[in-house]
Design a protein around this ligand. Structure first.
Ligand SMILES: C[S@@+](CC[C@H](N)C(=O)[O-])C[C@H]1O[C@@H](n2cnc3c(N)ncnc32)[C@H](O)[C@@H]1O
Length: 276
């Protein structure tokens, strides 16, 4: 199957194979510590946020995408539903002081993640203190912790769990924290058929919901945002399929002008498409 076919059919890489690859290179003790054999959504900082055997890749791919989109160390960045700092462990180190903002209602998972990466919980971590990273813990998409607009936003694997009203609330909150050139990334799981597009309200976890591009594009329009389907860095593509079938979508207040590197990568696959 060609790589563009893989993207079009959204074939997910074989989880059993990926888990086995990790098992082969880790000791028993490491496997336990890293929760490699636990299911997504389990009570472990790596498993809570997704398949624990691709924890490293999912953080790195988010970070890579932000860099591809132009994030520099001086930019302000909001990590929506930052979980156990899968992306945060890279972004906090990269950004200058006072530039990282993380929202996460599960304080316990956030603290255990912080401990795992930085040796102490949020209150006691020297890295968090040095970088003056700021956290808030609400479920209302209240982004007031940022104290004003930010330059980049990532909501990874949030809209794959929200019903329509919550999704719209998320996108409106993103619009409120955006300036004219803010670039936001929201992932969701795309379905082709309108009958599969979720209409049930609530927060679904660890189950996932799916939306058509039309439905998601309409939420973005209601929130006053332009929405563009884009692609992950090529790290997402393996011989046996994709690391993640979550779809990265760019949201901007003004029409987005993709950078040359984005257009080049996207042109190898489905290209960048406006969905509203
Ligand atoms: C699939 S995990 C993704 C975490 C993180 N974005 C990442 O990529 O590692 C979803 C996260 O959203 C958090 N969450 C649940 N309800 C939320 C809400 N209303 N607002 C923000 N985050 C929420 C969960 O606790 C969980 O950590």
């Amino acid at each position: 199957m060609s790589i563009s076919d893989q993207l079009i059919t959204q074939r997910r890489a074989e989880p059993a194979k990926m888990r086995e690859e990790m098992r082969q290179v880790l000791t028993e003790k490491e496997q336990q510590t890293l929760g490699i054999n636990m299911g997504a959504g389990s009570d472990h900082p790596r498993a809570w946020v997704g398949p624990p055997f691709i924890y490293d890749l999912l953080g790195a791919m988010q970070f890579q995408l932000l860099i591809d989109l132009g994030m520099r160390e001086n930019h302000k960045f909001l990590d929506v539903g930052c979980g156990s700092l899968r992306l945060g462990r890279l972004a906090i180190n990269y950004l200058l002081e006072n530039r990282y903002f993380g929202l996460e209602p599960n304080v316990d998972i956030l603290n255990r993640g912080c401990e795992m990466h930085f040796g102490a919980d949020i209150e006691k971590s020297q890295v968090i203190a040095k970088k003056k990273a700021t956290f808030a813990y609400n479920t209302d998409f209240d982004f007031s912790l940022t104290g004003g607009p930010v330059d980049f936003v990532f909501a990874q694997s949030i809209a794959s769990h929200t019903g329509p009203a919550m999704t719209l609330k998320l996108l409106k909150a993103i619009a409120d924290v955006s300036h004219d050139d803010t670039v936001s990334m929201v992932t969701y799981i795309r379905c082709g058929m309108p009958s599969k597009s979720n209409t049930e309200e609530g927060w679904f976890y660890p189950e996932c919901v799916t939306y058509t591009d039309q439905a998601f594009g309409a939420f973005a329009r209601q929130a006053g945002l332009h929405a563009y389907r884009t692609v992950w860095p090529a790290t997402n593509i393996r011989e046996d399929g994709l690391v993640t079938t979550q779809h990265p979508t760019i949201l901007t207040k003004r029409p987005w002008k993709p950078r040359l590197n984005q257009r080049m990568t996207a042109s190898l696959f489905e290209g960048i498409q406006k969905i509203n």
